[in-house]
Design a protein around this ligand. Structure first.
Ligand code: TXA
Ligand code: MG
Length: 336
């Protein structure tokens, strides 16, 4: 199949919407990462998304809406706190797991009774949803297991020839996927950290708990609250190891290793004598999130046997960066 390259102006947004209304699949920009969109009501279109990504069928998708009226089409029995959270954090990088309505394809939810919903802050994404007039299910627009795409080039490098079109727009501002919180458990549970932080959420959800899979490997054969967390993720071909250390200890350790490279903070650069890629500043978690997936994609260009990544702080958006990195590293963490 030939993948159409579309721009992000009005005419091409209408073309993207036509393709989506006719059961096609289109990669769209969002503020977190690019998503691979299809109508949430069209099971055949959803099948195409799973096939293009090579995604396991038991991993449900997030449904994207452009306004609160669309929420009524896809959910039922919504708890009141949803409206407080929506008022504060939507549009934005927060996904809420809610009781699912009947119209949503079972393929979207992998048969669960809940549906994950978010309203993206990207104006292009919302315009595409509005023009299509349908809630759009959209996982990250990458091959399953590889780093999520933060640019149209990343999407094409994974999915060119496998999807109907890509709307080529700006790079994703946040750089990591949305925070996922389920409101369908008591207490509410943070399933995946992201651009909206646990600290911000606790102001409105004081009893919010972190799911154990956020910071540790889920136990084999035990059910997990968010199926996506049990799969290996975000991995370049080169082996990644995560190192928790101060800047000079990180550099001293890495400089002694053979055939290795590093993914580091800008502060580490002057101390390192091995090939490296900078992913952000040590004291700026937003910069780390914005640079993370580009750096992981570039890890293979270091021609190293192993790449050591300098771990971020586990607070604020740093928790999301850390969560992605332990998965990229297959949970191998070196604590110096
Ligand atoms: O920022 C994002 O969320 C991006 C952009 C495109 O919006 N999308 C994204 O989708 O990251 P995806 O499919 O890569 O991740 C969806 C996550 C998975 O971990 C999945 O298991 C979880 O959301 N999820 C979806 N529906 C769920 C449900 N009903 N209950 C629990 N977890 C759910
Ligand atoms: Mg993904």
């Amino acid at each position: 199949m030939k993948t159409l390259r579309l721009k992000d102006g009005k005419a091409d947004i209408c073309r993207a919407a036509e393709i989506l209304k006719n059961g096609g699949i289109v990669a769209i920009p969002t503020e977190t990462v690019y998503g691979l969109a299809a109508s949430a009501f069209d099971g055949d279109a959803i099948d195409k998304v799973f096939i293009a990504k090579g995604r396991p069928q038991d991993n449900p998708l997030i449904v994207h809406i452009s306004d609160m009226e669309m929420l009524e089409d896809i959910t039922c029995d919504v708890p009141n706190v949803l409206y407080t959270l929506a008022e504060k954090f939507w549009p934005g990088p927060l996904t809420l797991v809610l009781p699912c309505g009947d119209k949503v394809s079972k393929k979207v939810t992998a048969g669960l009774k809940t549906v994950a919903v978010r309203m993206p802050s990207s104006a292009v994404a919302r315009d595409i949803i509005k023009e299509t007039g349908l809630p759009l299910a959209a996982p990250s627009a990458n091959i399953s297991g590889s780093p999520s795409p933060t640019s149209a080039e990343h999407v094409l490098s994974d999915l060119d020839g496998k999807i109907d079109a890509v709307v080529m727009s700006e790079n994703s501002r946040v750089g990591v996927e949305s925070t996922v919180v389920t409101l369908s458990t008591n207490p509410p549970r943070l399933l995946r950290p992201g651009g909206v932080t646990a600290e911000q959420l606790k102001e409105f959800l004081p009893d919010l708990v972190l799911d154990s899979a956020v910071l540790a490997e889920p136990e084999k054969d035990k059910p997990v609250a968010s199926p996506g967390m049990k799969y290996k993720h975000y991995s370049p071909k080169t082996k990644i190891l995560l190192v928790e250390a101060k800047s000079d200890d990180f550099a001293n350790f890495v400089n002694k290793e053979q055939n290795c490279g590093a993914i580091c903070f800008s502060e580490d650069e002057k101390l390192l004598s091995v090939p490296h890629i900078v992913y952000g500043k040590a004291d700026d978690d937003a910069s780390q999130a914005a640079g993370l997936f580009e750096a992981l994609r570039a890890a293979d260009t270091l021609s190293a046997e192993k790449v050591y990544v300098h771990a971020p702080q586990k607070s604020g958006v740093g928790l999301a960066v850390y969560n992605r990195l332990i998965r990229a590293a297959g949970f191998e963490v070196i604590d110096l």
